[in-house]
Design a protein around this ligand. Structure first.
Ligand SMILES: [Zn+2]
Length: 260
């Protein structure tokens, strides 16, 4: 089944040059993801890559066989299935749907074929992997140095971006996984943000009341992640063009600009 170029879009795919976007989108099928749906189990073969459009997916790593820690939140800015880009066909992580909604799904074999055919797709996904590596480093520093209330504000902003609305659903259990703290720690931090009139949080339903206030309440990691993404994936033309030149020289073949 082929998909269309119409909204809602996945930003990685939307940034592809038109001549690459069409066949890549034709290789995808639209799917509806349900809250809590498990897309990958650790160490199992990856059958599909997912490009969320208005859904979002949590990546969890099992710790000591009992606990889980959330290590990634993928929405329309990204893709699920990064190992495929590196030629690895099993995921070490558990992936489950955190925000119900739509996504474009691509068979792993089709993605590998397209990666082999399309430099623009390869470049976009390599850059995305690089962004994810920087963001994971940022997250490691965040966990070590920033307090739970700041981290919760950051997490809620990240979730709001991916949910693409001011109200979204996130359980206490998920927040505890995501922050790597006990549920009582989540409660305390959420109460503090509510007392500052930044959010409303009741029975898992979050409403962001003051976006600017939440950005101020978050640690700098939220903005750092935004800057990393925008700098590398919505790259200024000058940077993109200089990379294009290098690649063109190396491949002796004209390559369309990767720019939004
Ligand atoms: Zn931080």
């Amino acid at each position: 089944m082929s998909s269309t170029l119409h909204a809602p879009q996945n930003r990685l795919l939307a940034a592809l040059p038109r001549r690459d976007a069409k066949p890549v989108l034709d290789g995808c099928e639209p799917v509806e993801l349900k809250f809590g749906q498990v897309l990958y189990e650790p160490d199992t073969r990856i059958r599909y890559a997912y490009f969320p459009t208005d859904s979002f997916i949590s990546l969890m790593i099992p710790v000591d066989g009992t606990a889980n820690l959330e290590v990634g939140l993928i929405g329309n800015e990204g893709m699920l299935g990064s190992p495929l880009v590196l030629g690895v066909t099993a995921s070490p992580l558990r992936a489950l749907v955190h925000g119900a909604g739509s996504a474009l799904r691509m068979n792993a074999g089709v993605l590998l074929h397209e990666l082999g055919q399309r430099l623009a797709l390869r470049r976009a996904l390599h850059r995305y992997l690089h962004v994810r590596m920087i963001q994971l480093s940022q997250a490691a520093a965040c966990t070590r140095f920033h307090v739970v209330e700041q981290r919760l504000a950051r997490l809620m902003l990240m979730t709001q971006d991916r949910a693409q609305m001011d109200e979204f659903h996130v359980t206490h259990e998920f927040l505890a996984y995501m922050l790597g703290v006990r549920r009582v720690g989540v409660t305390k931090a959420a109460h503090a943000l509510q007392a500052r009139h930044l959010i409303r949080y009741h029975r898992g339903a979050v409403t962001i009341l003051d976006r600017a206030g939440m950005e101020a309440a978050s640690c700098g990691c939220y903005q750092a992640d935004q800057d990393t993404y925008e700098g590398l994936l919505s790259a200024p033309k000058a940077v993109a063009n200089s990379v294009e030149r290098s690649v063109r020289e190396a491949n002796a073949e004209p390559i369309p600009a990767f720019a939004r």
